[in-house]
Design a protein around this ligand. Structure first.
Ligand code: GRF
Length: 204
């Protein structure tokens, strides 16, 4: 059984989707060991409590990045977390944090990376006028929205869209993509070649 640790700062709909997949057994051999928010009023905390999960606030207010990260990593290690899932976690991780969990931290981003990294990716894509966008689940490395890509899902931009309708369709795909990516990583059936995640070829 692998322990998942969720880090979030807000609404928590990606976390809730992951929790549903774990509950339904579509992410096999996984349990949610802890949900940590840096924001005391994050909606995701309420969801975690309702689901009876271990939910913690580790406030980042007024703390140096690495000092806060050390508290978060200590909480994850205490619970023997194998895989850290950033789910709307609005904090950059320090290089030190990333090094504690090599290829064991995932993030979801609401665009087809490398297009539109950073905040408000759906609005950026809409304003740019792209005809297709989507979402990306990737490993976290020391650069923002940058690590090797695990899963991407495409969403068409319709003439009738505004930023909100587009973001809503992207979010539906996020809820599918994140659990798929967790399943791939936990199954350990891949290797990273350059930046490319490729399925391992097994003999026989
Ligand atoms: C999602 O759009 C995710 O891609 C981005 O932050 C948002 C979090 O939404 N990183 P939620 O808190 O999971 O509902």
């Amino acid at each position: 059984m692998k322990n998942l640790g969720i880090l979030l700062s807000g609404r928590g709909s990606n976390f809730e989707a992951i929790a549903k997949h774990v509950g339904a057994g579509t992410i096999p051999n996984a349990r949610l060991a802890v949900v940590i928010s840096n924001q005391p009023d994050a909606g995701g905390l309420e969801i975690a409590k309702r689901l009876g999960l271990d939910a913690l606030v580790i406030s980042s207010k007024g703390k140096q990045r690495e000092q806060h990260d050390r508290e978060v990593v200590a909480a994850l290690q205490q619970r023997e977390v194998d895989l850290v899932c950033l789910a709307g976690y609005l904090r950059l991780l320090s290089p030190w944090f990333v090094q504690q969990f090599p290829r064991r931290i995932l993030n979801i981003h609401p665009s087809l990376l490398p297009a539109f990294p950073g905040l408000e990716a759906q609005e950026q894509a809409f304003a740019y006028g792209v005809k297709v966008t989507g979402c990306t689940v990737h490993f976290v490395d020391e650069e923002l929205d940058h690590g090797a890509i695990i899963v991407q899902k495409m969403v068409r931009v319709l003439d009738t869209d505004d930023e909100h309708t587009l973001a809503a369709r992207i979010l539906e795909q996020e809820h599918i993509a994140y659990s798929e990516a967790i399943g791939i990583v936990l199954a350990d059936g891949y290797e990273i070649v350059g930046r490319r995640l490729v399925t391992k070829i097994t003999a026989g």
